[in-house]
Design a protein around this ligand. Structure first.
Ligand SMILES: Cc1cc2nc3c(=O)[nH]c(=O)nc-3n(C[C@H](O)[C@H](O)[C@H](O)COP(=O)(O)OP(=O)(O)OC[C@H]3O[C@@H](n4cnc5c(N)ncnc54)[C@H](O)[C@@H]3O)c2cc1C
Length: 391
C-alpha cells in the first residue's frame, strides 16, 4: 500500500463536510480538512436565515458525535406535526409525531449553529488537520492515492478524498464529472416572521401554482419561511416594503396563522436540481450538495447530505476485522446506493413541484384530492411521514 500523508482529504467544511470529517476521524482515520472560509461563530442575536428542518435520523447522527445536546441547548425548535395543503382544495394532509410513536418529527435548526458546533468539535478532534482558510487548487486522482494541491501552495496525499464543497463543487469540475441539471426558474425567499396565531409546533406547507410556501416554527409565535416563487415574482417580493410583503405573504398562506410581521431581512436563493453523474470516481467521492442539490420543498437538502455521511459510516463499519475499511469495492456499493436514493428523492421533489406549481385546471382538481386521499390511506400516510421524519 502506498504511504500517504493522511487517510482522507475532505474538501469543504459546510455541515456535510464537517460531519464527514468528524465521522472519518471517529473511525480512527487521519483526516485533512480544507475549507475556504473560517466559520463565523454562531450569534444568537442574529439568526441565520438558512434554517433546516432536521430529520430524526440526522439528529441521531449528531447525537452519536455527542453534539446534539449542545445544539438543542442553544437553539433548536421541535415540530411535532406537519400539515400540507393546496391552494385549490381544502382537504389537507396532516402528520402527527404520535402516529409514529414519537414525541416530535424533527427540529428546526440554523445552518450557522450547526456549522459552529461541528467546527468546534472538529477543532477538538486529534485526528483532523485543518487547512482554513484555504482553497483546493488541483487534484490528481491516481490509482494508489489522491494528490491534493491547495491555492496557498501546500500539497499532500490521501488514500481517499471526499468532495463536500457544495453545489458549485470544484472537486466535481476537476474530476470532469458531469451533472444533470434543471433550473426551476424559481427562487426561495427566506425570512423570519412573527405570526398572530400560534404555529402549534407544526411545519406547514401550502402548495400554490407559483410554488410551495413553507412556514417552519421558530419560537413562540415565530416562524421561518421558505417561499418558492418564479424569479421575477421573488424579486418583486424582496423589493416590497415590509408591510406590503407581509400582506402578500398572508394572502398566499390564506391567513392560516393570522397576520404576520417581518422580523428580519429577506433574501432569496436560486432553485436548481443538480445531480452529479457519478458519486465516486477513482478515489474521490462526492457528498452533500456537491453530489445532489434538490428543490427545498421537502426541506431535504441537508438531510440527504447528512444521510450520505451516516451511510458512509455504516459502510466503513461493515469492514470485518483485518479488512481495509477504505476498500474501493465497498465504497462503490455505497456510491451506487446513495446515487439511486438521492436521484429518486430529487426527481420525486421535482415531480411534486411540477404537479403542484402550475395552474392547469385538470391537475388542480386532481392534486387537492391526492392530498386528502393520502391523508385517509393510513399505509401511504405512514410511509410518507416516515420518509419526512427520516425513520
Ligand atoms: C438560503 C438557503 C436556504 C436553504 N434552505 C434549506 C432548507 O430549508 N432545508 C434544506 O434542507 N436545505 C436548504 N438549503 C440547502 C442547504 O443549504 C444545502 O443542502 C446544504 O448547505 C448542503 O451542505 P453542504 O455541506 O453539502 O454544502 P455547503 O453548505 O454549500 O458547504 C460547502 C462548503 O465548501 C466550501 N468550499 C467551496 N469551494 C471550496 C474550495 N474550492 N475549497 C475549499 N472549500 C470550498 C464552502 O466555503 C462551504 O463551506 C438552503 C440553501 C440556501 C442557500
Amino acid at each position: 500500500m502506498t504511504r500517504t500523508d493522511v487517510d482522507v482529504a475532505v474538501i469543504g467544511g459546510g455541515v456535510v463536510g464537517l460531519a464527514a470529517a468528524l465521522m472519518a476521524a471517529r473511525q480512527g482515520l487521519q483526516v485533512a480538512l480544507v475549507e475556504a472560509h473560517a466559520p463565523k461563530p454562531w450569534n444568537a442575536e442574529t439568526p441565520d436565515l438558512r434554517v433546516y428542518a432536521l430529520a430524526l435520523d440526522n439528529e441521531a447522527l449528531l447525537a452519536s458525535f455527542g453534539l446534539w445536546q449542545d445544539i438543542a441547548g442553544r437553539r433548536a425548535y421541535p415540530y411535532a406535526e406537519m400539515t400540507v395543503f393546496d391552494e385549490v382544495q381544502a382537504s389537507p394532509l396532516h402528520f402527527h409525531a404520535g402516529e409514529l410513536g414519537r414525541g416530535h418529527l424533527g427540529h428546526i435548526v440554523e445552518n450557522d449553529l450547526l456549522v459552529d458546533v461541528l467546527w468546534q468539535a472538529v477543532c477538538r478532534e486529534p485526528g483532523i488537520r485543518r487547512h482554513c482558510p484555504e482553497r483546493l487548487a488541483a487534484l490528481d486522482n491516481g490509482a494508489e492515492c489522491v494528490h491534493v494541491r491547495l491555492a496557498g501552495g501546500a500539497e499532500f496525499s490521501a488514500r481517499l478524498a471526499f468532495g463536500a464543497d457544495g453545489a458549485a463543487s470544484k472537486v466535481r469540475q476537476l474530476l470532469g464529472i458531469g451533472v444533470s441539471e434543471h433550473d426551476y426558474r424559481q427562487k426561495g425567499v427566506v425570512a423570519f416572521l412573527e405570526t398572530e396565531l400560534p404555529h402549534r409546533h407544526t411545519a406547514w406547507q401550502r402548495f400554490l401554482s407559483t410554488g410551495p410556501l413553507a412556514f417552519l416554527p421558530f419560537g413562540e409565535r415565530r416562524c421561518s419561511i421558505v417561499w418558492s416563487l418564479p424569479e421575477a415574482r421573488a424579486d418583486e417580493m424582496l423589493a416590497l416594503p415590509p408591510e406590503a410583503f407581509c400582506r402578500a405573504l398572508d394572502s398566499a398562506f390564506a391567513g392560516t396563522l393570522g397576520a404576520t410581521r417581518l422580523l428580519s431581512t429577506r433574501t432569496a436563493f436560486p432553485l436548481r436540481r443538480r445531480l452529479a453523474n457519478d458519486t465516486l470516481k477513482g478515489r474521490v467521492l462526492l457528498l452533500g450538495d456537491a453530489a445532489h442539490a434538490v428543490h427545498p420543498l421537502a426541506g431535504q437538502g441537508v438531510n440527504l447530505g447528512l444521510r450520505d455521511v451516516s451511510s458512509l459510516r455504516d459502510a466503513l463499519q461493515s469492514a470485518k476485522a483485518g479488512d481495509d475499511a477504505l476498500d474501493l469495492r465497498r465504497l462503490q456499493r455505497w456510491a451506487r446506493t446513495r446515487h439511486s436514493e438521492n436521484a429518486v428523492a430529487a426527481y420525486a421533489f421535482e415531480n411534486i413541484n411540477r404537479l403542484f406549481s402550475n395552474d392547469n385546471m385538470a391537475l388542480s382538481l386532481v392534486r387537492g384530492h391526492l392530498l386528502g386521499l393520502a391523508d385517509r390511506l393510513s399505509p401511504v400516510k405512514n410511509a410518507m411521514a416516515r420518509i419526512a421524519a427520516g425513520i
